[in-house]
Design a protein around this ligand. Structure first.
Ligand SMILES: [Zn+2]
Length: 276
């Protein structure tokens, strides 16, 4: 089967729907010969497992209420135990992507600006308490930056900083197969929300940079994957268009005051009374 100019030799396939936890669990898909997707319908995000020659890496750990299903499918269908996971990479700091981290005994990596929020228990951003999850005490052992590479033996994972959805959002690019794990940065048929710490203009910039890369397929944190280079480019460009429109709509709603009438905003430290 071909998509555009590229031959796709392996197509994603269903391995098993969770028969123990049902709709509260994951559906397991094999998306590459060495990459599994724990597909979450409803609450929580998809979790990805990359089996490397030297390291087994989990991309996000998912929502805490689905950990039992993750563990069940990992042990019965893949034949691995929790102890066989060598590294976790969190795509960003939202609770539904990180709240099962404590079940694992391995190193945890995340983008620098995600790590700072997680380690400071910044509930304004992570939203754990809002959804009934206590994220206190979570640690990030490795703070990732743009162009970091993680070598799994036969697989190189390239870290790409893609701020926008949140400031700490990253995507993970596998350059050999040219696929991208997008977290909440890029979805099929939908444009992501910009949450606290995020920025629409940074989001537009992140997508424009992604659009320069050769990406043959992407696998998001929610919703469906996209296969085919043209299809990927269309999704990126449609999100850029939507984000630009959203920014313009917001700008149009704001009524500005002339400089003479404008007052400086009150500072966080209540300094408007001080003679500074
Ligand atoms: Zn998110």
């Amino acid at each position: 089967m071909t998509y555009g100019e590229n031959k796709i030799s392996f197509l994603p396939r269903l391995i098993k729907k969770d028969d123990l936890y049902g709709k509260a669990g994951y559906t397991l898909n094999l998306i590459k010969p060495n990459v599994y997707q724990f597909n979450s319908i409803g609450a929580g995000c998809h979790v990805y497992l990359i089996i490397g020659e030297d390291l087994n890496v989990l991309i996000d750990t998912g929502i805490i209420t689905k950990f039992n299903s993750l563990n069940y499918l990992l042990t019965t269908e893949i034949g691995l135990k929790i102890e066989d996971i060598d590294l976790i990479i969190n795509t960003h700091e939202h609770f539904d992507h990180i709240s099962s981290n404590p079940y694992f005994r391995c190193l945890v990596a995340a983008g620098r600006w995600s790590a700072i929020k997680i380690q400071n228990n910044d509930e304004l951003i992570t939203k754990g308490k809002k959804w009934g999850v206590d994220l206190t005490g979570l640690r990030i052992n490795i703070w990732l930056e743009d162009r970091n590479i993680i070598d799994l033996g036969n697989v190189l994972l390239h870290i790409i900083e893609t701020p926008g959805h949140t400031s700490g959002s990253i995507c993970i690019y596998e350059a050999n197969e040219q696929y991208l794990l997008t977290g909440d940065t890029l979805f099929k048929g939908a444009t992501t929300n910009i949450y606290e710490s995020g920025s629409i203009s940074e989001y537009i910039n992140s997508l424009e940079l992604l659009n320069l890369k050769k990406i043959r397929s992407f696998y998001p944190g929610h919703g469906e994957w996209v296969i085919g280079q043209n299809e990927v480019n269309e999704e990126i460009e449609s999100s850029i268009t939507n984000a630009k429109m959203e920014l313009q709509t917001y700008i149009n709603r704001i009524t500005s005051k002339s400089l003479e009438k404008a007052r400086p905003p009150p500072s966080l430290y209540n300094r408007e009374e001080e003679d500074l």
